[in-house]
Design a protein around this ligand. Structure first.
Ligand code: PEP
Ligand code: MN
Length: 334
């Protein structure tokens, strides 16, 4: 409360706190009073309280996200994606083309990435493209190809869902639903993937803060779906020489704030294939528990994101470098 606040002002605040079902804890100092507001979701009333007279400032003490927070679950959570544990001691590689282009290239790529140690196959069937004239993906036909690739290789499969109405369809074919950067704050979609109960790969919005990202995770978690894996994929900055700026600060920061597994996408994060290997190694060194990397048999011919896709030789080099790095990095403590 401000220095000028009267006893009546303080009483009015306390009354209002009780009215909305929260618990007031009042400290009356020499100089001024402090009213602590205790209860789930107390911060949501911030706007409503801000009009009461005599208030100097409303400060947030506890974090606005609860289920995603480290306080809620002190140990690291592990998300099982079609039998593959993400968030445990093993660094999990998810790899495959940006888009599913045809069955032959998908299966060829799936077999290859599996032979080099990938555990999960990625591939977009519904592509959220910046331009409506760019390749939009094969839709359900692409999902069927992913399911075939899973049957042929035993890899688990992750693919992006762009609309709430498509969630059921995706769930019939994939092991994990990807929510893309452009949809991180699509709350209807977050609730629908939450209700589906499928593991979710939640990309960070390219202009979102870490807090907004964790609140997006909270939307999924609060539907009873505890299978959220966070994915740092680069943010917009003033820098133009790379497609995005891969924010690796976010990895140890989120691990402090949250128990959820964090993986990194150095393909979208850099936009350049030559930067994918060094940034993958940096991500693992920073504590990422997995990577999602774009791989294409002929990146020059890719229908999307060829410039950031690794060819088979470069993927092989990356996997052997990662194995050497893993031998010297110990799993991060909780
Ligand atoms: C992708 O993984 O191909 C993709 C479109 O990701 P993002 O949403 O991070 O741009
Ligand atoms: Mn892509």
């Amino acid at each position: 409360m401000s220095h000028q606040a009267t006893l009546a002002h303080v009483e009015a605040v306390i009354e209002r706190v009780v009215e909305v079902g929260l618990q007031p804890e009042v400290t009356r100092g020499e100089d001024r009073s402090v009213v602590a507001v205790v209860g789930a979701n107390a911060y949501a009333y911030r706007e409503a309280f801000s009009h009461l007279p005599g208030i100097q400032e409303i400060l947030q003490i506890s974090k606005p996200f609860k289920l995603a927070s480290r306080e809620f679950l002190p140990h690291n959570s592990v998300v099982h994606v079609g039998g593959v544990p993400v968030g445990g001691p093993e660094v999990v590689m998810m790899a495959g083309p940006c888009s599913v282009e045809n069955e032959e290239m998908l299966i060829h790529t799936a077999r290859f990435v599996k032979s080099r140690g990938a555990r999960i196959l990625r591939g977009g069937a519904f592509k959220p493209r910046t331009s409506p004239y760019s390749f939009q993906g094969l839709g359900e036909a692409g999902l069927k190809m992913l399911a075939t690739a899973r049957d042929e290789t035993g890899l688990a499969v992750v693919s992006e869902v762009v609309a709430p109405a498509d969630v059921d369809l995706l769930c019939r074919y994939v092991d994990m639903l990807q929510v893309g950067t452009r949809n991180m704050q699509n709350y209807a979609l977050l609730q629908e993937v939450g209700r589906s109960g499928k593991p979710v790969l939640l990309k960070r919005g390219m202009s979102s803060t870490i807090e907004e990202w964790l609140l997006a995770a909270e939307y999924v978690l609060s539907q009873g779906n505890r299978g959220v894996v966070l994915c740092e994929r680069g943010i917009r900055t003033f820098e133009t020489s790379t497609r995005f700026t891969l924010d690796l600060n976010a990895v140890p920061m989120v691990r402090q704030l949250s128990h959820l597994p964090v993986v990194v996408d150095p393909s979208q994060g850099t936009g350049r294939w030559a930067l994918v290997r060094p940034m993958s190694l940096a991500a693992v060194a920073a504590g990422a528990c997995g990577l999602i990397v774009e791989v294409h048999p002929e990146p020059d011919l890719a229908l999307s994101d060829g410039a950031q896709s690794l060819d088979f030789d470069n993927f092989t080099t990356l996997m052997s470098d990662l194995q050497r790095l893993e031998a010297v990095t110990t799993p991060q403590p909780a």
